[in-house]
Design a protein. Structure first.
Lengths: 609, 391
């Protein structure tokens, strides 16, 4: 009996290590994870696929992780004892910064993977700082030492100067060849702290992700900090308030495997007939309904959409399919919001809310690939608060729905508290960027001699487009950022309309600051002239503010498009070209008599400032 | 579309004779330069294919048109040409009044050759004049100058060959519009029945394309295309040559009957390397070409030497085929029909609506269900076709 219980119960906390891998894209996080899974026998070599933990096609292709994963690996260490290693894989982009912070909060330590020829990069730093804030122990791993251009000594020195971890502590591995992997596993056991937490206290478990399983409902990824979870436990979400009965707890090896109990210190999953991912909010604390904890774990933040955009099917017959596809995606994506929207230009579609532009791109790409839909996406916008003259306040996330200026008393725009961490030498360029984006300086401090933390208050609308890319380019990749909503403030905002061949196109309207409106209008129509193909007639493009035209461009009429010779062998070629062109044409949206390609609706995003 | 045309037997034959003295920098045709030894083997192969085709019964009735294209067919020499035409006549029969066209370069035209071609049965010469400006002809890499061209035209007009068509190229970057206009006028003074007037096209893989790509030669200009196209149209109309296809002008009744097949969807046989044929089900079945569809386009191996080997192996040089039916066929008929000034019938309400819209823009003339492109419409015909194809 005793032996059976021991197998089912999981290891004592002293034999558990919970850790995450922090890495820049392409620095080999997934390959390292693959090697660890192999070396511990968690996945048999013949079952190995590349990037085992990235299960979505999109993740494998883009080399990014979108959903977190948690896998339990058994490991017999050099000291002869058996350990339970829980690897928590995290998403890696500023759009998902909050999700990352929760996944890190579930760990005691992290492996910091740095490419031996590329050195430390910005994205990595953002997560390193986050891990340091959460008091995680960090073990640097210099990867790809097998490559001829690798410079592990230089990179180790860089790790020491930038992050402050002694260069002697850097492990050197090649995840590709497997060299040094054994040392990594030993370091996890010897250098990372074991979890602490009293299993007899009232239950506190952190939700760090969840996924929707069509057969079992929501699978909640948890880290138990205090108390324990087992089948039959009545649980309560401390922020979400929902009460559920646990059907099953288990861990990932890497497939789901039920266990009797998840005790303090352990990582695993629970299933409790939860129908909606919204009832299992990332960062929420699970407690026992009958014996609740006094306070939740720190750090919960309501994940709410930051940017809004219209998604319209190119073929209006696909509207119902689009609705069903969004429903399906939402099952697994609590941050995705949508509601029906009608556009005079684009027909029926949905106004969708996203965490950021990458999130938007991912949703759009999944809709197109997994559901085979052809979509037009309008330029993303933030949600404004509009104070009307009659005293009412309305929220407007679609520029076209901006009430008539005569009725508007004021427009408030959302602002964020933006924190940028970057080496001191780049501060000048970064501060300039923040000023250009209407930012207000708040604070500057140094975390280490060379590392500055810059705080700005700035409009959310100014950072959703290409702020992150600009930050990276102005800091040679070393700058990292994080932001949270920080209220609303009235600003001189106006709606910039676009007229195509004299007709206002609702889906092309944007909200801009009055001071920038005319310049923005000029750039917008100039850019649109480049992306709208020549038609059989001249097309006027105008930008207007409140009916007053501020910029005008013309797409000249097409005057020549004919094949001179069309005899025997030319005919097949001609027909095939026509078929291809016909397909391309069907991807365009006809607005009035003008055909507008998808890029035009996003033109505002590709304007340089 | 209109009701499906019945499965008529082919009454036309295209023969490809790939030999040329040189490759012009703008040419992307299937040709062979300077391989005299291949000519005999090629002729034997072509005769074998014709014999096989004739025996198949694919063309049970005498031919109405025969077209010897190239390359430079006249390079084959009178003896070989004689054997070839005799074989065609024996194998297929030529209807009385059959249009027999041969492509010819000006430098090969003498009173003697013209008389010999007439004796062989050639009724129509398509002469590669291209330009009447000497500098331009050098730039085009042609083997003749303007005097040779003019004298060839005059000789042919006085010969026993009744019909003459001249090829002209316009929108050539080195030829000013005024020079083009003067050349056209001189050519028209000789009274040709037919002119094919092509804009210079930069084809992929040609010397010209490389020149344009590396900046050695400017690309043909849109302004020249528009100005010279309009000028040609008007000058030709004054001379009594009406436009019946995008690039083809003729006196009434002198249209190329053979080439009209391409645009009206009529069936035709083809032999020789790179040649394309187009057949209904019965003729295709006779040639052993089977598949699903109403019409088939089939083609031959492009390289002459490979073609010769294939025929020797009993495979008749056939390289590929595509069967057409339904929407593909409809799209092709629309695209080809619009090239003719006689126009096409529109079939769907959507097409009629698009047709009305384009008529308002002055690009189409619409009468009942029938549309034809206006001169401005012809300049953007491919886009017009697309507009009607998606409607």
């Amino acid at each position: 009996m005793a032996a059976i219980i021991e197998v089912q119960m999981g290891a004592p906390p002293s034999r558990i290590r919970n850790f995450s891998i922090i890495a820049h894209i392409d620095h080999g996080k997934s390959t390292l994870a693959d090697r660890l899974l192999e070396a511990t026998g968690t996945v048999a070599p013949r079952e190995m696929t590349e990037q085992v933990l990235d299960t979505m096609d999109l993740e494998r292709e883009r080399g990014i992780t979108i959903k977190a994963q948690a896998v339990r690996m058994p490991y017999r260490a050099a000291d002869g004892a058996d350990y339970e290693l829980n690897l928590i894989d995290t998403p890696g982009h500023v759009d998902f910064a909050y999700e990352v912070s929760r996944a890190l909060a579930a760990c005691e330590g992290a492996l910091l993977v740095v490419d031996a020829s590329q050195g430390v990069e910005a994205q990595t730093l953002a997560n390193v700082y986050k891990a340091l804030e959460l008091n995680l122990e960090i073990v640097p791993v210099i990867n790809k030492i097998d490559l001829p251009q690798s410079e592990p000594d230089l990179v180790a020195a860089e790790v020491e100067s930038i992050i402050g971890i002694a260069k002697e502590r850097c492990l050197r591995v090649s995840a590709r060849t497997g060299e040094g992997i054994a040392a990594v596993l030993e370091a996890v056991v010897t250098q990372l702290p074991a979890p602490t937490g009293d299993p007899s206290l009232p239950l506190r478990a952190l939700i760090f992700d969840c996924k929707y399983d069509p057969y079992r409902g929501v699978v909640v990824y948890v880290r138990v900090f205090e108390g324990s979870l087992r089948g039959g436990t009545h649980i309560q979400m401390m922020a979400g308030r929902g009460v559920f009965t646990v059907d099953e707890v288990g861990c990932f090896r890497p497939g789901m495997e039920a266990v009797d109990e998840l005790a303090a210190g352990e990582v695993g999953y629970l299933i409790a007939s939860i129908r909606n991912v919204r009832d299992s909010k990332v960062g929420d604390t699970i407690t026992e309904a009958g014996r609740p904890a006094l306070s939740p774990l720190p750090g919960y933040r309501q994940a709410s959409p930051m940017v809004w955009a219209g998604l319209f099917p190119v073929d209006s017959d696909d509207y119902q399919d689009l609705k069903e596809a969004l429903d399906r995606l939402q099952l697994n994506d609590a941050a995705l919001a949508f509601e029906p929207e009608t556009s005079a230009a684009l027909g029926f579609g949905f106004r969708c809310g996203f965490l950021g532009l990458l999130h938007m791109e991912i949703v759009q790409e999944r809709l197109e690939r997994e559901f085979n839909l052809q979509l037009i996406t309008t330029a993303p916008s933030v949600a404004y608060r509009v104070n009307l003259r009659d005293g009412r306040q309305v929220e407007v996330d679609n520029p076209d729905q901006m009430p008539d200026p005569a009725q508007v008393a004021s427009i408030e725009e959302p602002r964020v508290k933006l924190e940028i961490v970057a080496p001191r030498e780049f501060l000048g360029g970064i501060m300039e960027l923040c000023q250009e984006r209407r930012g207000e300086f708040r604070h500057l401090e140094y975390q280490a001699a060379e590392r500055a933390v810059l705080t700005y208050d700035l409009p959310l609308g100014e950072i959703i487009h290409d702020f992150y890319d600009q930050l990276k380019s102005r800091s040679r990749g070393y700058g990292s950022m994080d932001y949270e909503l920080a209220g609303y403030r009235p600003e001189e905002l106006v709606k910039l309309d676009v007229l195509v061949a004299g007709n206002q196109v609702d889906a092309l309207s944007t909200i801009v600051h009055r001071a920038q409106a005319a310049g923005q209008g000029r750039k917008l129509v100039r850019r649109m002239r480049e992306v709208i193909p020549r038609q059989l007639f001249e097309v006027a493009l105008q930008a207007a503010i409140g009916g007053k035209v501020v910029a005008r461009e013309t797409v000249p009429a097409l005057r020549k498009d004919v094949l001179a010779k069309c005899y025997g062998g030319d005919i097949t070629r001609k027909r095939k070209l026509l078929e291809k062109q016909r397909e391309g044409k069907q991807r365009m949206k006809r607005v009035g008599s003008v055909e507008i390609p998808q890029e035009a609706f996003m033109a505002v995003l590709s304007l340089d400032r | 579309m209109t009701a499906e045309a019945p499965d008529q037997p082919p009454r036309s034959l295209y023969l490809h004779l790939p030999f040329c003295a040189r490759r012009c920098p703008y040419c992307d045709f299937a040709i062979v330069v300077g391989d005299a030894l291949l000519q005999d083997r090629y002729l034997e192969a072509l005769l074998s294919e014709l014999a096989w085709m004739s025996a198949s019964g694919a063309a049970p009735r005498p031919l109405q048109t025969l077209y010897l294209g190239g390359g430079t067919p006249s390079l084959l020499g009178l003896g070989r040409l004689g054997r070839l035409l005799a074989a065609v006549e024996a194998g297929f029969g030529l209807e009385t009044g059959c249009e027999v066209t041969m492509e010819v370069n000006p430098e090969e035209v003498t009173q003697a050759t013209a008389a010999a071609w007439a004796d062989l049965g050639v009724t129509r010469v398509s002469l590669g004049v291209q330009s009447l400006d000497d500098d331009t002809l050098v730039w085009l890499g042609r083997g003749h100058d303007s005097r040779t061209a003019e004298s060839a035209v005059a000789t042919l007009r006085q010969s026993a060959i009744p019909a003459l068509s001249c090829d002209l190229i316009f929108a050539i970057p080195v030829q000013p519009t005024a020079t083009f206009a003067r050349g056209l006028d001189r050519l028209l003074s000789h009274g040709p029945d037919h002119i094919s007037c092509y804009e210079l096209t930069v084809e992929p893989g040609t010397q010209l394309q490389r020149w344009v790509a590396n900046g050695a030669v400017p690309a043909p200009a849109e302004e020249d295309f528009l100005a010279q196209g309009k000028l040609a149209r008007e000058a030709l109309a004054r001379a009594g040559l009406h436009r019946y296809e995008v690039s083809n002008y003729s006196r009434p009744g002198s249209e190329s009957r053979h080439n009209l097949n391409y645009w009206t969807g009529a069936p035709y046989l083809a032999a020789g390397c790179g040649a394309h044929g187009f057949l209904g089900r019965s003729a295709a079945a006779a040639l052993g070409i089977v598949g699903v569809g109403e019409r088939v386009r089939y083609w031959h191996l492009r390289a002459a030497a490979t073609y010769v080997r294939s025929v020797a192996a009993g495979e008749m040089g056939l390289r590929g085929r595509e069967w057409l039916a339904g929407s593909e066929l409809a799209l092709e008929r629309l695209a080809l029909g619009l090239r003719l000034t006689s126009g096409v019938e529109l079939s769907t309400p959507g097409q009629l609506e698009a047709g009305r819209r384009l008529a308002v823009q002055g690009l189409l003339l619409l009468e009942g269900r029938r549309v034809q492109a206006t001169p401005e419409g012809m300049d953007v015909l491919d886009r017009l076709t697309l507009e009607l194809a998606v409607a």
